[in-house]
Design a protein around this ligand. Structure first.
Ligand code: ME8
Length: 515
């Protein structure tokens, strides 16, 4: 078999688990597509990937939304969690588990981590009084609030309405972890990506940490605190623990040993503090290894505007797929948006990517190459003669792609991985225009064979490495090149075999016609 880079080593990655208080939007779809592409690349590169995603069903916001809609909270959670899982399926996501924090094993994981933090002496009972943002499920210090024009107390950073909260709760001794967290960021700069988020977290922690209220008594929708009736866990305590549940903690130590610590948490930039401050502090307290990396993607906007229900500009991911097709939608978001930065959706930009990058640059090249092979070589892979310098330069560029794309994907620079692939497609298009195989075919069949072989090889290599982003279309191109399933790994170096009969070609990337 082919020599595999990952050699079956475990690789565990996760997405954030969404609040199912509404239906999923394009921001959720973006996170799923990007995490799926990263998961698929690792599998393609020979890793034993475990990919976790799901929903975060607890918290005050869920209970309030259910009350407003007149349904039980469990019903709301189940109904909307189904919508999120359906979206994952429609996006072709290769997740291994869709966790819902109402799952039984998750309750056991949350109890287990709570007990460990309590045993470490990091949990104590006290009275909490302060401001709470139900929408983000986060506590605010008085100093970080302000009063809006209507006279309501709001969060200074985002204007969210705050609720005064006074109750007896358990606290986590977060203040004790400041030095250990700063040491973590210092010793493991790779723990937080991109750098801009790392700097944000460091200055937040340097500003000082106060102990965190981690239980609630004024409502009951959550994981009960072990041995302390009347308290449910603060939603972020159980939510973050989902990553451990998904690795088999605490029921299955063998699986946990294999997949934990997680290699990568993919999240949006708004929840970096929970993942890079609270989560490592909980784990340090519980004596559990820390995840290796947290990467925060940016936010998606509609033509540069924030999407909101009241503005009526929320883009439904299902509609996008209906209109443009799944692979083009996946490609668009991963190529158009620099991963880690904010990005924007517009139909014009989508159509331009589909026609320029997919239909012209990739689709036309594949179709021209395959149809000339059909016409001049009876539909079998042509036998190349000696390679010229131009042939070798192009083949070398294609052969260099694996290491480039691997490097970019390992740094979560998905857009740069695609840029590398498309730059070799552009080279190949220039090469085919310069070589003019359609003219050569009349005078020099041997040279035509070599030129078409070189084109078919670059198409094969690009299709192989673009599979994580364009799984269906690249699968079809590899079918058209008669590349067997056993040769569809990233590290395959076997060239196309001259004489192999190819199926009748058909176009893979249609143009999007605006009538
Ligand atoms: O934060 N563009 O859930 P959530 C890009 N339950 N990403 C976006 C986005 C946008 N417009 N809007 C949201 C939560 N996201 C918690 C997570 S994890 C232990 C608990 C991203 O439904 C957001 O940044 O509000 C987050 O990563 C994910 O969608 C779920 O957001």
């Amino acid at each position: 078999g082919p020599e595999l880079y990952g050699a079956g080593r475990p690789y565990y990655l996760t997405t954030a688990i969404a609040y199912p208080n509404g239906v999923p939007h394009i921001g959720h779809a973006y996170e799923y597509i990007s995490a799926d592409a990263l998961a698929r690349f690792k599998r393609l590169d020979g890793f034993d990937v475990r990919f976790l995603t799901g929903t975060d069903v607890h918290g005050q916001k869920m209970q309030q939304t259910a009350q407003a809609e007149g349904v039980s909270t469990a019903e709301l959670a189940a109904r909307n969690s189904d919508r999120f899982q359906e979206l994952q399926d429609r996006l072709g996501s290769s997740y291994d588990r869709f966790i819902r924090t109402s799952d039984d094993d998750h309750k056991r994981a949350s109890e287990a981590i709570w007990r460990r933090m309590a045993d470490a002496g990091d949990i104590y009972l006290d009275k909490y009084s302060g401001w709470y943002d139900v929408r983000d499920e986060v506590f605010y210090a008085e100093a970080d609030t302000t009063v809006d024009e209507a006279g309501d107390r709001v969060a200074a950073d985002n204007g969210h309405k705050l609720t005064w909260t006074e109750e007896e709760t358990y606290f986590f001794r977060l203040s004790a972890y400041q030095d250990r967290l700063l040491a973590l960021y210092e010793e493991h700069p790779e723990f937080i990506g991109p750098d801009v988020r790392r700097n944000e977290v460091i200055s937040f922690v340097k500003g000082g940490l106060t102990d965190l209220s981690i239980s609630r008594t004024t409502f009951d929708w959550g994981v009960p605190v072990p041995d302390h009736p009347g308290h449910v866990m603060y939603v972020w305590v159980d939510a973050l623990t989902n990553y451990l549940t998904g690795a088999g903690f605490p029921d299955d130590p063998e699986t946990t040993g294999r997949y934990w610590p997680a290699d990568l948490h993919i999240i949006g930039k708004d929840i970096i503090r929970f993942h890079c401050v609270y989560w490592p502090a909980f784990l340090l307290s519980a004596g559990i290894d820390l995840p290796k990396r947290v990467f925060a993607h940016g936010f998606l906007f509609n033509k540069g505007e924030k999407m909101s229900k009241s503005v009526g500009n929320v883009v439904d991911p299902g509609n996008l797929i209906d209109q443009f097709g799944l692979d083009p939608v996946r490609y668009f978001f991963l190529r158009e948006v620099s991963y880690g930065q904010d990005g924007s959706y517009s139909a014009e930009a989508m159509i331009s990517r589909i026609n320029a990058d997919l239909a012209n640059e990739f689709g036309n090249l594949a179709q021209r190459t395959l149809s000339m092979i059909g016409k001049y070589f009876d539909g079998a892979v042509p036998r190349p003669g000696e390679f010229t310098d131009a042939d070798r330069v192009l083949l070398d560029a294609a052969d260099a792609l694996l290491e480039q794309v691997r490097g970019h994907f390992d740094a979560q620079a998905i857009h740069l991985g695609l840029e590398s692939l498309w730059s070799v497609l552009a080279d190949t298009n220039r090469y085919i225009s310069a070589q003019e195989p359609w003219k050569l075919a009349k005078s020099d069949v041997d040279r035509t064979a070599t030129v078409l072989y070189v084109c078919a090889e670059t198409v094969r290599i690009v299709a192989l490495l673009a599979q994580p982003v364009l799984p269906t279309s690249c699968g079809t191109i590899l079918d058209l090149l008669a590349v067997g399933e056993d040769r569809r790994f990233a590290a395959v170096t076997t060239r196309l075999v001259p004489g192999t009969p190819l199926p009748k070609p058909s176009p893979v990337f249609p143009r999007y016609e605006t009538s």
